[in-house]
Design a protein around this ligand. Sequence first.
Ligand SMILES: Cc1ncc(COP(=O)(O)O)c(C=O)c1O
Length: 358
Amino acid sequence: MKTSRATEAEGVPWVRPAVAALEGYVPGEQPAGTARVVKLNTNENPYPPSPAVRTAIEAEIERLRLYPPPDAAHLRHCAGKLWDVDPAGVVVGNGSDELLVLLLRTFVEPGATVAYPAPTYSLYSTLIEVQGAVVHEVAFPPDFDLPRGLFDVPAALLLVCNPNAPSGTRIDTAALGELARSRRDAVVVIDEAYADFADGDALSLVGSAPNVVVLRTLSKSYSLAGLRVGFALTTPQLARELHKVRDSYNLDRLAQVGAMAALEDQATFRRNRECVRATRARLRAALLTRGYDVPPSETNFVLARSPGRSLLGLMEKLRFEGVLVRWFVALPDALRITVGTDQEIDELLAALDRVGPA
Ligand SMILES: Cc1ncc(COP(=O)(O)O)c(C=O)c1O
């Protein structure tokens, strides 16, 4: 969701025009109160992270007096080993959101174009505008496959969210490889925030195509949205340039050790992932039974559509029932519902049945 601004910068003559013209990104609601809500609006993982994260963070507290390792070398090695990427090609960030900023800063001159399939993660346009660059949205076809328009649109950087949010759908890796090979004039960024919940990923393109950057995050599949850790996986050459524009201490000590502990506990990660995937199948089936169109999801959320109707009112009714889901201006006939625990999904379905059909 975006706020309208236009006149808000009046009386602030010092602000850059690109910022004054900006519509601010509004993240999903994070309720502050103590009232229990069923929170299915921001794609957080409903299960706790590895218990090893707490142990690692507690042990690190005594070292908070010292700056964190600026190169995050241990964490980068750990990530490189897990995803089979040269650690010299790994850049860590304060969430993958920060890595998006670093990518734009490194590869996109003000005035240059960044293209991406839409609708997608709505933060992209905000960050591109902050950079003073030009947003070029290429509409997804109805099945959310790779839009052919991306092959010839002039752009310094192409951004593909895969699996995509909010559709939940995934583009085949072969098609992304073809895009990267045919677009040597651009950096091709594949945002894999949700790839751990999918049936495939684009890691094989890292290093094999010199212009590809894959983004990963611990926010979803490792239950660590609050720790803020993301990874850019690319060639050592591109990583070297990205390192030049980041803050030396962009990942604090607690985040570095917590992230390492989470990556090393693959058993917890796999258990949580399988629970989410199983509940996702149950949620999708229940929504299909209730008459919604639901594209097959390879993420930790599903998109429930009711073509031709706005579901804004339904979102508000669910909110009144204590169930938070997400509605987007760009997809008014849909609700994006995060896969919660089985109990939370039961509560969502009961609320849906109470407030009536879409
Ligand atoms: C597609 C996509 N990319 C990136 C992010 C941001 O992830 P992080 O928490 O690592 O900044 C999100 C978060 O919702 C997302 O949906």
